[in-house]
Design a protein around this ligand. Structure first.
Ligand SMILES: [Zn+2]
Length: 432
């Protein structure tokens, strides 16, 4: 194992909401370590996980309270939206009414204009006619008595004179009648115009009332719109905070998931150390000194090797202190229920169950050597029982922390009470 892996790593630091994250992961030590030290590291990791969980909870409660705020804000914005819709429909109705008045006013204005034109025309006619009469009278007067004398002289008799005088008078009389008629007409037109002016003033004042109402509603609508804008701005702001909190919470979740994997690796190590720990490891059993492949099938393969690996492909390395073996048929994992045999003769040291290893057993082969078989579906030997090399001891399964059925096969050597986990491939060879 030449790969260098840093013992500690640091996760990102988040400034948001004054939460400062500094996560340090304790790397599980894989080889030659005392149970004491391992437990210390394990406790340290658990403490860190607790801190991270607390921080995650803080973030999640912040998110929950922000979510409540968002709900309230959107409810308020919705209520205002309803009020605005109502106001706008009122404003639209007013606009329609105002448009009707506008039309009426335009029609009245047209009538008033026409009437005014007629009045002007009649007055002009009156002026013209009066001018004509005065002109005629002036001409007659200018002609003076001479004219009258002429009339008298030219008249053969009195009846002819009277007739001439009568003609003059009747012309004047006709003109005066025309003027009277025109004056009468003007009076009527002026009365009509006065009525129209009054109508217009009435419509105008009605329209003014509506305009007042409308400007009041406009003011209200503007106030509501600016309130709505305020709510929307708040909503956006809180949404942004939520996005950041969510990111932060995901970072913690990712970190906790990594730490959970490390914790499980620790548990496996501790469990095995506890299982082996009290034994001095110097038992001696007669054996041939050669281990055999513990999965007696030609189509058995190594699915995970011994050494550092990166399960999430994220730069977080974990030490796999064993080899995982599966039985495959046409690429399908058919390990479940397959036999497991003792790699070497010896005494069953432990058999038990753990959340990580599932059903497991350890065989002591003497000279400090031990083998471990994890995730079994069933174990058929008892603790303290002596087993022969190649004897069926258990059946493969998927108990404990696994993604599929396999055996977690480990070779250990106990030296001065400390367990070393050796590379099983230095002791056994796969059949293919
Ligand atoms: Zn394994």
């Amino acid at each position: 194992m030449n790969k260098h892996v840093a013992g500690f790593k640091r996760a990102a630091v988040f400034v948001l909401c004054m939460v400062i994250v500094a996560v340090s992961g304790v790397f599980p030590q894989a080889r030659a370590q005392t149970l004491e030290g391992l437990k210390d590291d394990y406790n340290k990791l658990q403490q860190e996980m607790e801190e991270n969980r607390n921080k995650l909870e803080q973030i999640q409660s912040q998110m929950a309270s922000n979510e409540d705020k968002l709900i309230i804000l959107s409810e308020q914005a919705e209520a205002i939206g309803g009020q605005l819709d109502n106001l706008n429909s009122q404003i639209n109705l007013l606009n329609k009414d105002i448009a009707v008045y506008d039309k009426e006013i335009a029609a009245l204005d047209k009538k008033i204009e026409d009437t005014q034109a007629k009045i002007t025309k009649a007055k002009d006619e009156i002026d013209e006619t009066q001018a004509l009469i005065s002109e005629r009278l002036r001409a007659t007067y200018m002609a003076g008595s001479a004219s009258w004398i002429e009339i008298i002289l030219e008249s053969d008799d009195i009846s002819s004179l009277l007739l001439r005088m009568q003609l003059l008078a009747s012309v004047t009389e006709n003109d005066n009648a025309l003027i009277d008629r025109l004056k009468e007409e003007t009076k009527k037109l002026e009365t009509l115009k006065k009525g129209l002016d009054e109508d217009r003033a009435e419509v105008d004042s009605k329209r003014a009332v509506l305009l007042d109402k409308k400007s009041e509603l406009d003011k209200k609508a503007n106030a509501l719109t600016s309130k709505q804008n305020e709510f929307n701005a708040n909503y956006r702001e809180i949404s942004n905070i939520m996005t950041k909190l969510d990111k932060n919470s995901n970072a913690y979740k990712t970190e906790l998931a990594k730490q959970q994997r490390q914790k499980e690796a620790f548990e496996r190590q501790i469990e095995q150390m506890v299982a082996n720990g009290s034994q001095s490891g110097d038992n001696d059993y007669s054996n041939d000194g050669v281990m055999m492949w513990p999965v007696p099938y030609k189509n058995s393969y190594i699915s995970a090797g011994y050494g550092y690996y990166d399960p999430e492909d994220d730069g977080t390395y974990t030490f796999h202190s064993a080899i995982d073996i599966v039985v495959r048929e046409n690429g399908v994992n058919v390990s479940q229920g397959k036999k497991l045999v003792a790699a070497q003769s010896g005494k069953v040291l432990t058999r038990g169950y753990s959340n990580v290893g599932g059903n497991y057993l350890t065989i002591d082969h003497g000279d400090g050597y031990r083998t471990y078989y994890g995730h079994c579906s069933k174990i058929i030997v008892s603790q303290g029982e002596y087993v022969e090399k190649g004897e069926t001891i258990a059946y493969m399964g998927a108990t404990g922390y696994v993604t599929g059925p396999h055996v977690h096969f480990q070779v250990m050597k106990v030296v001065n009470g400390s367990v070393q986990k050796l590379n099983p491939l230095d002791f056994v060879n796969p059949p293919n």
